[in-house]
Design a protein around this ligand. Structure first.
Ligand code: GLN
Ligand code: ZN
Length: 742
């Protein structure tokens, strides 16, 4: 590498989701392995061709499913239950990802603070690592045959172990480091024999807080790997935040290059003497968001770094896995389009920056840097409202007063029953949505079909005997997209897919300007549902933090400001719902914990603004309106204080799978609904199963504050399971009420 350009990684699903299609066809038995491999090969070739303008091109960024799973396969660290299936390498990969023939899939979990999910390695004291795969070598050769020299990218050994879970209680996978290092040493040796000049090793786990022992593991690892005689040159990266104490550790090893994320952590101090003989790969182009780079500012930052290192290389701040392929495929409003850059555009920016750093501003630089970036759309009314907010706007009456007023209006029995919002999304609902989009049916016809569906769902809930009903959310394809389509300041894309896990892709909306609500978003559906029943129907909204978490958010103002604008729109929606006779409103925040910063020092500020936005959204509700919130996880631990600060009247959470353990010692001061029906499983819980969960729950929570509900929304399930499960839920609740009353 000379002063130049690279990226830490690239999307792999294909610009038109070719990989998703091919993989799903393969699973369905419609194409054979050779056809799937052919698609994969074409996608890799296309990626390398697109990246060939960079000074250093990564390889081994492709994956059929997930790079962490690939690492487990590479080093033969696959649980025995998948080996026993006796499948091909490819089918073993898919079996571990999805489960097969009674062998349960590996656990899927979030990759750092992104929306990508990886498959958690299962490691125990007996795990041996052996280099049995050759993916990085094969991809290097494949690129070389196309005339492109690449830099294989490997997941770092310490991060791999830190991401793993133990198969034995109390065992720490990181203690397997020495065994794993032997396998990495062997791999580096083989890459060397191939003629590989550079290898990239990613250690993003060090962008989070780490113990001294973990930092020591990093020190040992790179002392060992960089001390190997006759090895490829090493670029070690740590992105998604500041490397903190890990940076001097890497600097004092003999690795040739260190990659850092200067977008997530612009204040990273690189003033380390030991860095002076190394290459600093400066992540200056945002790998996780979709905005154009301010090239002048980025060039100035890069130039300022020149004195700290032997050489400076411009890169994306992280892998580009988290952004869509190509802005050119979109047809957004011009003032929005002109502000965006997707993966292809980002590569261009990096190339231009790298050249400008080496040669000074040339013609390409002038072309690229003269681009006028329009300002985000301003809404002075929203800004004035935000400016005039006072603390009392975010405070409701004391809980006791609210609880009494709500009980007077709702007259709910103890152990009140409800659901989380959505009912099964049937084939008919999806057909109606496709038909209205394709112009085959009118908006009126679509509205009629949705109302019919709402009618069915209300009748069913009445018949089952639930206490607080929902309209079932048939009109929502996605709980964030729906609001994005109804709010100003959001754009929806057509092809801007990003991988969430495996073949699953999402298309996050883009929050580009000030947010406002032109008209009510949910009121007609909720009031129609309420008109059909005398039982209370819950209005159903997605909270500000979740809307931000599942969107690409403007980066020209603090997230808190954008969250508050969304909150005001929701606040107005709640007021309109109340005016239309809705007495209960649920504001879902399943992503509250997702956005929690990796470093503890950054967490209090995050919790303050996220809780603040939720309260701004909900505190306009009158005392007699019952506010619910729903969170999709049971590990309250680190955020329990914040959840309580949301000040919702009722909080529903996941708990069935953990058998109510979460309630142990929990002193939650308001209503709580620990889910008694695990909707992630197709099993129908029996009345007795539910009775025993409620029995656990009533030990910890008094009946008037305990709610009985499923774990999460029902949209992914079918009626064949949902209906009997809800009937059992109500029957179990009645039995418990009789028991407690008696
Ligand atoms: N109200 C939403 C639903 O029921 C909540 C979804 C979620 O928790 N992710 O589908
Ligand atoms: Zn949920």
């Amino acid at each position: 590498m000379t002063i130049g350009s690279t990226v830490f990684g690239y999307p792999r699903i294909g610009p038109k989701r070719e990989l998703k299609r091919a993989v799903e066809q393969y699973w369905a038995g419609k194409i054979d392995e050779a056809a799937l491999q052919q698609t994969a090969k074409q996608l890799r070739a296309q990626t390398w061709a697109e990246l060939s303008e960079l000074d250093s091109v990564p390889s081994n960024t492709f994956s059929f499913y997930d790079q962490v799973l690939d690492t487990s396969l590479l080093f033969d660290a696959i649980p025995q239950r998948f080996r026993d299936l006796g499948l091909s390498e490819l089918d073993t990969c898919f079996a571990a990802a999805r489960g097969r023939d009674g062998a349960a899939a590996l656990e899927l979990t979030k990759w750092f603070d992104t929306n990508y999910h990886y498959l958690v390695p299962e490691l125990g004291p007996d795990t041996e690592f052996r280099l049995t795969g050759d993916k990085p070598i094969a991809e290097y050769r494949e690129a070389l045959e196309l005339g492109i020299t690449t830099r294989p990218v490997l997941l770092g050994p310490v991060t791999y172990l830190l991401l793993a879970k133990s198969t034995v209680p109390g065992f720490e996978p990181v203690t397997l480091l020495d065994r794993l290092l032997e396998a990495y040493v062997e791999l580096l040796g083989r890459l060397r024999v191939e003629g590989v000049e550079w290898v990239q090793i990613d250690e993003p786990a060090f962008a989070a807080d780490r113990t001294p022992a973990e930092l020591n593991a990093l020190r040992r690892t790179y002392r060992t790997l960089s001390g190997l005689p006759g090895r490829p040159k090493l670029l070690v990266t740590g992105y998604y935040g500041d490397l903190g104490e890990a940076l001097p550790i890497l600097a004092s090893s003999q690795v040739e290059a260190i990659g850092i994320d200067l977008v997530s952590a612009p204040d990273t101090s690189v003033a380390i003497p030991a860095l002076r003989d190394k290459i600093l790969v400066a992540g200056l182009v945002d790998g996780r968001n979709v905005w154009r780079t301010d090239l002048h500012a980025a060039l100035a930052t890069a130039a300022a770094l020149l004195g700290s290192a032997r050489e400076v290389v411009v890169s994306s701040s992280s892998t580009l896995l988290h952004v869509p392929y190509d802005l050119e495929a979109e047809n957004l409003e011009p003032d929005v389009q002109a502000r965006l850059a997707f993966a292809r555009q980002k590569v261009r920016e990096i190339v231009v920056l790298g050249k400008a750093l080496r040669n000074g501003a040339d013609g390409a630089w002038a072309d690229e840097a003269k681009h006028q970036v329009p300002s985000p759309r301003r809404d002075d009314h929203v800004r004035a409202r935000i400016a005039s907010l006072r603390p009392e706007h975010s405070v409701r009456a004391p809980y006791e007063e609210r609880a009494a007023a709500q009980q007077a209006r709702l007259a709910l029995p103890p152990l009140a029953t409800t659901t989380i919002g959505s009912f099964p999304q049937t084939g008919d609902i999806r057909k109606a949505r496709a038909a209205v989009r394709g112009g085959e049916i009118t908006e009126d016809e679509y509205g009629q079909r949705m109302r019919n569906e709402i009618g069915r769902v209300i009748d069913l809930q009445e018949d089952i005997g639930l206490d607080v009903l929902v309209h079932g959310e048939p009109e929502r394809n996605d709980m964030v997209q729906y609001f994005a389509e109804h709010l100003e300041g959001f754009a929806s894309t057509e092809f801007a897919w990003v991988q969430s896990y495996g073949s699953r892709c999402v298309r996050p909306p883009i929050i580009h300007g000030d947010v406002s609500r032109p008209k009510p978003m949910t009121v007609p559906w909720s009031t129609y549902a309420q008109s059909l029943t005398s039982k209370p129907v819950k209005g159903m909204l997605t909270g500000p933090v979740t809307i931000l978490a599942w969107s690409f958010v403007r980066d020209d103002q603090p997230l808190a400001d954008t969250a508050n604008q969304v909150a005001l729109a929701l606040r107005d929606e709640i007021r309109d719902l109340e005016a239309a006779g809705i007495r209960v409103v649920q504001v879902d925040e399943p992503a509250l914990r997702e956005l929690l910063p990796l470093r503890r020092k950054d967490q209090p500020a995050y919790l303050e603004w996220s809780v603040g936005a939720f309260r701004l959204a909900t505190a306009g509700a009158t005392t007699g309106t019952q506010i619910h919130t729903h969170l999709c996880y049971s590990e309250f631990g680190e955020v329990i204080g914040a959840i309580s600060d949301l000040d919702a009247d009722v909080t529903t959470i996941e708990a069935a799978r953990s058998k109510m353990e979460i309630l142990e010692g929990l002193e939650f001061p308001r209503g709580i609904g620990p889910g008694v029906y695990d909707i992630h499983s197709p099993l129908v819980p029996s009345e007795d199963d539910i009775v025993s969960l409620i029995t656990e729950a009533v030990r910890a929570v008094p009946g008037e504050r305990l709610w009985i509900n499923p774990d999460c929304g029902l949209k992914t399930r079918g009626y064949a399971e949902v209906e009997p499960a809800l009937r059992n839920l109500v029957a179990a609740t009645r039995r418990m009420r009789a028991h407690l009353g008696g």
